[in-house]
Design a protein around this ligand. Structure first.
Ligand code: ATP
Length: 431
């Protein structure tokens, strides 16, 4: 239907005939002349309506359109205009494709601030706001950039099941679903399957897919359904996985800086390329640090949000927390050779926020089984997984980035719901 998006009009010569399509953002009627602002995905254009050229009735009809009605305008570009946009369209024909009802559930360009609940309830309208749309363009570039890097590095995209019979890391935080006569669960992570793919000899795999967590708490950085970007790589250590993560993060940021100039401008955020390598700080060092600052924390505990705030003040950008106590991590982490109280696990932080966790995995059947038992789990429940370790499992490592967390960080968003199209949280499952 359209010949051009609004952002392509500038390059065209004066008098050029175009058809643009979009939403009626606003109409300013001055009597004999009126200015209709048409918005499409790429920007806005002014359509100048002139009564004596359009005829009284037609002029009246178009001027009477409700805001957000959908139209296509065919007309000529006029560059000799006083419009701030540098050009206007003098219409020959305006097709009204769908008239919007009035009043709108919420405004698009009004300056009044609307609370997040109203915005999410009317998400289809909220997403029409350029500053909201830009977040998702950036999110799209992030997944595209990550995919590009991983493909260049020889990773194969896989799709593992989202309905499973056994919990990844024990029974908590699982959504139970009815699976015919039996109970099943929604996956918390593709962890076990991506590891099995190492036994399958795929060497390097990645998956970008939803993960489900029945976490009761309602925070501004947790969702009950989020997109997990997972990798697993064979013949690799925790250091190899961290190096790969650095590369992936760096390239994604580089891509956004290049491809999302307009979005960054709309959002008024500046992104700097991080310096590599990212600092790698041991868990114990941070434990001592927070203890010295008066936060009580015992060896083996995870950092509280209070502790992370403190740590985030010291380390502002990307940094790894390495060498975690085994008791703080899942059973599949490879213990350190020099001291098995520690594991080859890491988190990638951006200041106080965690965006990735990863590890070298335990590929030794007997000790893996022992760790499952130590965590109070039943190895029988993991037979399908453990069997993969019995007939030739290479050493391997991997990680998982939360796509929304990463987007949040890069766009400086305060709430993860901002960067989630239709968030699922403790209270929300619609729309
Ligand atoms: P947190 O401690 O922040 O709750 P986690 O330790 O449970 O996270 P992992 O299981 O290690 O997280 O998951 C890997 C990554 O997936 C996290 O670093 C984060 O980016 C993302 N992630 C995990 N849980 C959630 C969630 N509930 N909502 C959004 N993203 C999440």
């Amino acid at each position: 239907m359209r010949t051009h998006f609004t952002n392509q009009l500038n390059e065209l010569p004066d008098g050029f005939n175009v058809t643009i399509c979009g939403w009626v953002q606003d109409i300013r009627n001055l009597g004999n002349i009126s200015f209709l602002i048409l918005r499409d995905r790429e920007g806005i254009a002014q359509v100048t309506l002139i009564k004596k050229e359009m005829g009284e009735d037609y002029y009246k009809k178009i001027n009477g359109l409700n805001r957000e009605s959908v139209i296509c305008v065919n007309g000529k570009i006029n560059k000799k205009t006083q419009s701030k946009l540098g050009l206007e369209i003098i219409p020959t024909k305006i097709d009204v494709l769908n008239e919007a009802e009035t009043p709108l559930p919420m405004g698009i360009i009004d300056k009044v601030s609307v609370d997040i609940e109203t915005r999410l309830n009317n998400r289809f309208i909220d997403l029409r706001k350029p500053e909201v749309f830009s977040l998702f363009r950036i999110e799209s570039s992030i997944s595209k950039g990550i995919r590009e890097t991983l493909e260049n590095e020889g990773f194969i995209e896989i799709h593992t099941p989202k309905i499973i019979a056994t919990a990844t890391e024990g029974g908590t935080n699982l959504f139970k679903v009815k699976y015919f006569e039996n109970d099943a669960y929604l996956v918390q992570s593709p962890q076990l399957y991506k590891q099995i793919m190492m036994a399958a000899g795929f060497e390097r795999v990645f998956e970008i897919a939803p993960a489900f967590r029945a976490e009761e708490h309602n925070t501004n950085r947790h969702l009950n359904e989020f997109v997990s970007i997972d990798i697993e790589m064979s013949f690799s250590t925790d250091d190899d996985a961290m190096n790969m993560l650095e590369k992936v993060i760096y390239n994604a940021i580089e891509k956004i800086k290049k491809d999302n100039v307009r979005d960054l401008k709309i959002l008024n955020v500046e992104i700097n390329l991080p310096e590599r390598p990212f600092p790698r700080v041991k868990y114990d060092e941070l434990l001592d640090y927070v203890n010295s600052k008066g936060i009580e924390m015992k060896f083996g505990e995870d950092f509280s949000s209070e502790a992370l705030t403190l740590i985030g003040e010291k380390y502002k950008g990307f940094f790894f927390i390495t060498r975690w106590p085994m008791e703080a991590r899942a059973f599949y982490v490879m213990p350190c050779e020099d001291d098995p109280r520690y594991g080859r696990a890491f988190d990638l932080q951006f200041g106080e926020r965690e965006i990735t966790s990863g590890a070298q995995r335990n590929h030794i059947y007997s000790s893996l089984k022992e760790n499952i038992i130590k965590k109070g789990l039943n190895p029988e429940d993991f037979k399908f997984y453990l069997d993969a370790f019995r007939y030739g499992m290479p050493p391997h490592a991997g990680w998982a980035i939360g796509l929304e967390r990463f987007t949040m960080i890069l766009t400086n968003s305060k709430n993860i719901r901002e960067v989630t199209l239709f968030p699922r949280d403790r209270r929300r499952i619609i729309p």
